[in-house]
Design a protein around this ligand. Sequence first.
Ligand code: ATP
Length: 314
Amino acid sequence: MKKVYCIGELLIDFVAERQGSDLSKANVFTKKAGGAPANVACAISKLGGNGVFIGCVGEDPFGKFLLETLKKEGVDISLAQLSKTFTTLAFVSLSEDGERDFVFSRGADRELKYNPDLRKNLPGNILHLGAATALLGGPLEKTYTKYLFDGLTKEMFISFDPNFRIDLWKEDEETFIKKCMPFVEKSHLCKFSLEEAQLISGKEDLHEACDVLHKAGTKIITVTLGKDGTLLSMNGTKKVIPSVKVAPVDTTGAGDSFIGCLLYQISDLGNFEPVFEDFSLVEKMVAMANKAGAITTTNYGAIVALPTKEDLEK
Ligand code: ATP
């Protein structure tokens, strides 16, 4: 089983206890581990794969809690870094239909330093770059870009998820798009939401959007469509792979669960060649990843709600 190096943020989600409550009125919050790339590492390890997390937390009780949470899920945290800066915090409220709203107080996640020793371990493995806060500047953004270029060897498989957050890029979407482009160009697999595919490609029509994004460089595109499943686009074929019917209570982490499950399956292959050539193989993998995403929506929180292999087989 190959390693999946997930690089980016790990933070505390303070989730407002009462669903449907406005953040300004919320009084009671529950502390949960969050951060898209960290969720993906957990999703992979929870399924029995080798999720490795590379990110930075504060040398404080929150940072300690976060790393312990990842370790408990079986994630390799040996490459995580500690900073004197406080751990990044996010405050989250959920609306009645399970959609979320959040604000950030950014701290240690931006401090991640480049580790040149990692370069020799990358070949043969998978690199997952789940952007979110990583494109907001600071040492993390530089580190991120360096790892992208380190990963550009024949033996690597690179995955990218832009994790666009409107609250972080209000009035500066052009910068976000510009910063995403090198990752879309160089990554083998890109996972977008519908909004991200349209935003980054500049095309409203999903098929046209995929064509623009393929032209930029990426070979495999998945566009997650919530309850409607996922569009898979590769080798000139596009197909929506339906999701499974569930009663969602909280959609937090569904996308991370999806991409985690997809990468877990890719990490279990002897080599990456079939992923580029065999549409029906990737289609089956996406169907399984849809199931993982759907299961995640049926429980509150991100990491707790991620399925195990047994949950998927049920
Ligand atoms: P995130 O906001 O966490 O980054 P996302 O917008 O990328 O997530 P979604 O489309 O919400 O991701 O969900 C990912 C996958 O999970 C979907 O492609 C789908 O397969 C599954 N999924 C999500 N919501 C539902 C739902 N309500 N019912 C069934 N499956 C769902």
